[in-house]
Design a protein around this ligand. Structure first.
Ligand code: EPS
Length: 395
C-alpha cells in the first residue's frame, strides 16, 4: 500500500513529502518531478509569485543512482520566497520563539478561507498560523509525489491526462477529451483547454475578473487511460475506488464538487439511457460503448478510461477585497485582508487532480498486484491481464 505525508508552510523554507510503499527499481529523476511541478505553475491568471517560484527539488532518501530502493522516498521542494525575501519570511516564519512575532497579526479573516474556522479550532489569534498551511502551495508537495505515482502507473501502461472544461461562466464544448499522449497539446494552451473558442472566452473572463480585482473558479476533468480491471472493490464502503477518488480530489484546496463519469448529469436521465452498454469481442474482451459511469462500476474499475471531474470555487483571497467580514481582534465589521494572489488557479488544478488520481490508482494497483520490485509488480499485473483474457475464473 502506498502512503504519503506532506509537511511545510507556504512561506517556510520548504515543502516535504515522504512516500512509503513504493516498490524497488522504479526509475525516477529530479527532472521528471520538476517537469510536473513546472506544469502546475502554468496557466493564465496565476499571480506574480508563480513567475519567480522555482520549485527546486531535492531527493533526500529512498533513491540511489536513479532507482527507488523500496525504502521511504523523501522529496524536498524549496520555497523561493524564503530566500528571495529573507528579511520578511525568515523572521515571520522562523521556528525560533525569539524571532517572533514581527508583523501585526492578520485578523480581518477572509470568508471562504480556512482563516476563521482554523483560528477557532486551534486557538490562534493570527490568521497566518492557519493560512500558511491551508494555502494551495501545499499541492506542490502532492504533485511531486504524484509524478512518482504516475511513473509507477506508467509501468502498468496507465496514462493520466487532464483539461479545463469550464472557467467562470465560459464552458468548453462537451465531449472533446484529450487522449493518451495529448497532454503537451493541452499544456500548450494558456488555460489548458482543448476547445479554442472556449479557451479564448476563458482568457477574456480572466482578464475581466483581473480588472475588477476579483477571482474565478471552474471545472477540470482528468482521464486515466489504461487503468486495469479490478482496482477497488464492491465489498465495503472504504474499498470502493470511486469513493477513494472522490475523497482524494475533494481534499484539494478550493475544490467543492467531484463527479465520477457524467455524475450529476446522469441523475436527470432515464435508466434506459444512463448506463454504458457492455459488449464483447474475441480480440478486445469486454468493453463499454460509452463512459457515463467514468470507468467505475460498483466501486471497481472496469478497464474503461476513468473520468473524474472537479469543481473549484473562486479563490477566497481577492486582489480588491470586497467580502464582508469581522476583525477578530476588535469584532468591528470590515473587509477581508488583502494578500497577493492569483485571479484563478483552475489551469493548475488540472495538474493537481491528475496527481490525486495517480496517487489513488497507484495505491490501489499496489494493493491488487503487490510486489517488492517493479519487475514483480509488472509480472503480477501481466498475469492478471492474461487470466482475464482466458475468461471468468471460478473461486
Ligand atoms: C496562495 C496565494 C499565492 C499563490 C499560492 C497560493 O501565494 P502568495 O500569497 O505567496 O503570493 O501563489 O500558490 C502557490 C504559492 C503555489 O505554489 O501554488 C493561497 O492563498 O493559497
Amino acid at each position: 500500500m502506498l502512503r504519503y505525508l506532506t509537511a511545510g508552510e507556504s512561506h517556510g523554507p520548504a515543502l516535504m513529502v515522504v512516500m512509503e510503499g513504493l516498490p524497488a527499481g522504479l526509475e525516477i529523476s529530479v527532472e521528471e518531478i520538476a517537469h510536473d511541478l513546472a506544469r502546475r505553475r502554468l496557466g493564465y491568471g496565476r499571480g506574480p509569485r508563480m513567475r519567480f517560484e522555482q520549485d527546486e527539488v531535492t531527493l533526500l532518501g529512498g533513491v540511489r543512482h536513479g532507482r527507488t530502493l523500496g525504502s521511504p522516498l523523501a522529496i524536498q521542494i524549496a520555497n523561493s520566497e524564503w530566500t528571495r525575501n529573507p528579511e520578511k519570511w525568515q523572521t515571520e516564519m522562523s521556528p525560533r520563539a525569539e524571532d517572533g512575532p514581527t508583523a501585526s497579526p492578520l485578523t480581518q479573516v477572509r470568508p471562504g478561507h480556512a482563516d476563521l474556522a482554523g483560528m477557532q479550532k486551534y486557538g490562534f489569534t493570527d490568521a497566518r498560523d492557519v493560512l500558511e498551511r491551508a494555502s494551495a502551495r501545499e499541492t506542490a508537495a502532492r504533485v511531486a509525489a504524484g509524478a512518482v505515482a504516475k511513473k509507477l502507473l506508467g509501468s502498468l501502461g496507465v496514462e493520466i491526462v487532464s483539461h479545463v472544461i469550464q472557467m467562470g461562466s465560459a464552458r468548453a464544448e462537451r465531449g472533446r477529451r484529450p487522449g493518451p499522449g495529448e497532454l503537451d497539446l493541452v499544456d500548450a494552451n494558456e488555460v489548458r483547454c482543448l476547445d479554442p473558442q472556449a479557451a479564448e472566452a476563458m482568457v477574456e473572463e480572466i482578464k475581466d475578473a483581473a480588472r475588477d480585482g476579483d477571482s474565478l473558479g471552474g471545472v477540470v476533468e482528468a482521464i486515466a487511460y489504461g487503468a486495469p480491471v479490478g482496482l477497488g472493490s464492491h465489498v465495503h464502503w472504504d474499498r470502493k475506488l470511486d469513493a477513494a477518488l472522490a475523497r482524494a480530489v475533494m481534499s484539494i484546496q478550493a475544490v467543492k464538487g467531484v463527479e465520477i463519469g457524467d455524475g450529476f448529469e446522469v441523475a436527470g436521465r432515464r435508466g434506459s439511457e444512463a448506463h454504458d452498454p457492455i459488449s464483447w469481442s474475441p480480440e478486445g474482451g469486454y468493453s463499454r460503448g460509452s463512459a457515463l459511469a467514468g470507468g467505475v462500476e460498483g466501486g471497481i474499475s472496469t478497464g474503461e478510461p476513468i473520468v473524474v471531474r472537479a469543481a473549484m470555487k473562486p479563490l477566497a483571497t481577492l486582489n480588491r477585497p470586497t467580502l464582508a467580514t469581522v476583525d477578530t481582534a476588535t469584532k468591528e465589521p470590515g473587509v477581508s485582508f488583502k494578500e497577493r494572489t492569483d485571479v484563478t488557479a483552475v489551469p493548475a488544478l488540472g495538474v493537481v487532480v491528475e496527481t490525486m488520481v495517480a496517487l489513488v490508482l497507484a495505491d490501489e494497483a499496489m494493493r491488487k498486484f503487490g510486489g517488492d520490485s517493479v519487475v514483480e509488480l509488472v509480472r503480477n499485473h501481466q498475469s492478471s491481464v492474461a487470466a482475464l483474457a482466458a475468461g471468468p475464473v471460478g473461486v
